[in-house]
Design a protein around this ligand. Sequence first.
Ligand code: AP5
Ligand code: MG
Ligand code: ZN
Length: 215
Amino acid sequence: MLLILLGPPGAGKGTQAEEIANEYDIAYISTGDILRKAVKENTELGRKARQYMDKGQLVPDELVVEIIKARLMDPDCKNGALFDGFPRTVEQALFLENALPDLNLKIDRVLSLEVEEDDLIERLTGRRVCSDCGASYHLKFNPPEVRNVCDICGGDLYQRDDDRLETVQERMEVYKKQTEPLIEFYQKRGLLSTIDGNQEINEVQKQIKNILEKL
Ligand code: AP5
Ligand code: MG
Ligand code: ZN
């Protein structure tokens, strides 16, 4: 099974992803998490990507495509994958479409999470992320049991560099220009399901599962 979680920054892609990937026993692939790890480890990829990420802009397609090609070779992708934050441009979507037949995979569903812009800004500026496993929390909407400690792995929580207000605004603009066209792209291919992301986290999860059960 191959699923794509599509949605603006802060829509809840990361929050919903882990449980879906576990339930269907497919790999969870977040290009944002992969890039942040590369930045933290100061690899060549990380040094190249950082200049774009800090400004809230997209990392060039060539770099992202290389990441995905390598990642899809990993053994945990044998049953498929859930993509979070990829594809993010029409070029990336076309690359994926061309690469899948050789891997005996096809896209089963694109889940588009819709949330109002004002809510997105509140979600992002109050977000805290685990420095070890990447899990997302929110000071108000989804606080950890112990302050600043990850419920899942005990790691320290931190605020992402790109969750400052100015960068958040730039990310929203970049989303509208470069990523939003993918909604129509996948609608035309009959693959899109729209989800109301303004509900509580558990309600959003239920709605996603309802869609997937019918596949
Ligand atoms: P990436 O890490 O993908 O960031 P993003 O798309 O901006 O999305 P976010 O991770 O900010 O939001 P999310 O939808 O995962 O929300 P979350 O679940 O955490 O990308 C970062 C950067 O990397 C990009 O800017 C770019 O530079 C680069 N990059 C990555 N992929 C790329 C690609 N393919 N091509 C080029 N460049 C790429 O939730 C947000 C907050 O809301 C949390 O605090 C959460 O607790 C809370 N929340 C979640 N759901 C709810 C709910 N239902 N109700 C209330 N609060 C909620
Ligand atoms: Mg995320
Ligand atoms: Zn953690």
